[in-house]
Design a protein around this ligand. Structure first.
Ligand SMILES: Cc1ncc(COP(=O)(O)O)c(C=O)c1O
Length: 405
């Protein structure tokens, strides 16, 4: 039998999905699993989407590779409403922000290039970097500092002749951290000075609980040629399955380059694009306000409940819908597996994402997990109760009597 390529053999698996098999087995045993592992919003998508996608007949055609014109128009107009200058030609529709990330790695970077990325980071960046032969150079942030960005001088110290970009997720998956205007401007200065690409993953921009300004990379003046923004309908409209995202840049060469990858996959899903046009054009502000209020309440709930469990450290969370939490365990990978294979509380258990896969630096995140608070509040309460009970029983628990933070 011929072997799969070496590239494939060394392609990292998703740390978010690797426990899925154990969860399936637990469900087969009749155990109810609370899924806190995947960042998939549970709130209903806007009716405007569902009203649009039905009632077709005849063949279902491809669309233009750059996406349908009404969708590009609607997205550009939405940015302009936020005070951000953007033309429809500054964006391509992609198969989720996932494909926009892939296009970014393929379009901006060559094999052997280095990209500085704030760690812990969205684990799938590792896979895209691997495909493109790019080395991710982590700049570590720590739970003790609420995952705040290190000083600009520390970041600049990571630059080598191979550095070609800086990648930031704002608001951050997995930490829920928000980067301030000043911090982004510092990074912008570094990218300008060193002629780098500045890639900002902004798929959680609607999930922001603070009052200070959340700045988009597209608002940084004088950096049109350097900035790429990744955006998506997945989280914004609870439309993860629509697979509609956006590659955005005012750099004409990047748009033209990324379009070549778009042409190779022909088109994005046609009906989903049409539905998302409707979601952009006809979703009232009240929808976004209600979603934000709900996630803020969930954030408050999990911070309160987790902080009561002895030895658990839950940092400040300002956005997205994740908490990166330290647990009093020897090895969070083992603990997450044990919860699915060997633990239940009244017929229930929890799946979480071990945090080690969100770090590129070996050894970091060993006692941390990512919790996605994408369940209703009573289910979240039951899930956190399970985690507390599991920690009290887990053979690898590091015992402490002090409740943290
Ligand atoms: C930070 C971040 N970027 C990109 C994506 C990809 O999103 P999608 O492809 O669904 O638009 C995700 C999904 O969870 C994410 O968390």
């Amino acid at each position: 039998m011929p072997n799969a390529s070496k590239r494939t053999q060394s392609m990292p698996s998703s740390p978010i999905r690797k426990l899925a098999g154990y969860a399936v087995e637990a469900e087969k045993r009749g155990v109810h699993v609370h899924y806190l592992s995947i960042g998939q919003p549970d709130i209903a998508a806007p009716e405007s989407f569902w009203n649009e996608v039905g009632g077709h007949s005849g063949p279902l055609s491809y669309t233009a590779s750059q996406g349908i014109a009404p969708l590009r128009d609607a997205v550009a107009e939405d940015y302009r409403k936020r005070g951000i200058r953007l033309a429809a030609t500054d964006l391509l529709v992609t198969v989720g922000a996932s494909e926009a990330t892939y296009f970014t790695f393929m379009t901006c970077f060559d094999e052997g290039d280095e990209v500085i990325v704030v760690e812990p980071f969205y684990a799938n960046y590792l896979g895209f970097a691997h495909e493109a032969g790019v080395k991710l150079v982590p700049i570590s942030t720590r739970i003790e500092d609420d995952f705040a960005l290190p000083r600009a001088s520390d970041i600049a110290a990571k630059i080598t002749p191979r550095t070609k970009g800086i990648l930031v997720c704002n608001p951050s998956n997995p930490t829920g951290t928000i980067y301030t205007v000043d911090q982004l401007m510092e990074l912008a200065k570094i990218t300008k000075q060193h002629n780098l690409f500045f890639v900002l993953d902004e798929v959680y921009r609607d999930f922001y609980f603070g009052t200070a300004k959340l700045m988009s990379g597209l608002e940084i003046e004088g950096l049109d040629e350097n900035v790429v923004v990744l955006d998506s309908a997945s989280k914004r409209f609870s439309l993860c399955g629509a697979r509609v995202g956006f590659f955005i840049s005012r750099n004409r060469d990047l748009i033209a380059g990324a379009l070549k990858y778009g042409q190779a996959r022909l088109s994005c899903p046609t009906l989903d694009q049409e539905g998302v046009v409707s979601a952009y054009r006809r979703t009232p502000q009240s929808y976004f306000n209600a979603v934000r209020t709900e996630y803020m309440a969930r954030r408050d709930l999990i911070v309160e409940l987790l902080s009561k469990i002895p030895g658990v450290v839950c940092p400040k969370i300002d956005g997205a819908f994740y908490a990166l939490v330290r647990l009093p365990v020897d090895d969070a990978d083992k603990f997450c597996e044990w919860m699915l294979t060997s633990f239940e509380l009244n017929g229930e258990t929890v799946q979480m994402a071990p945090a080690s896969g969100f770090y590129a630096t070996p050894g970091l995140g060993k006692d941390e997990v990512r919790i996605a608070y994408v369940l209703e509040k009573d289910k979240l309460t039951a899930a956190i109760r399970c985690i507390g009970a599991a920690l009290a029983k887990y053979p690898g628990a590091v015992r402490t009597s002090v409740a943290s933070i």
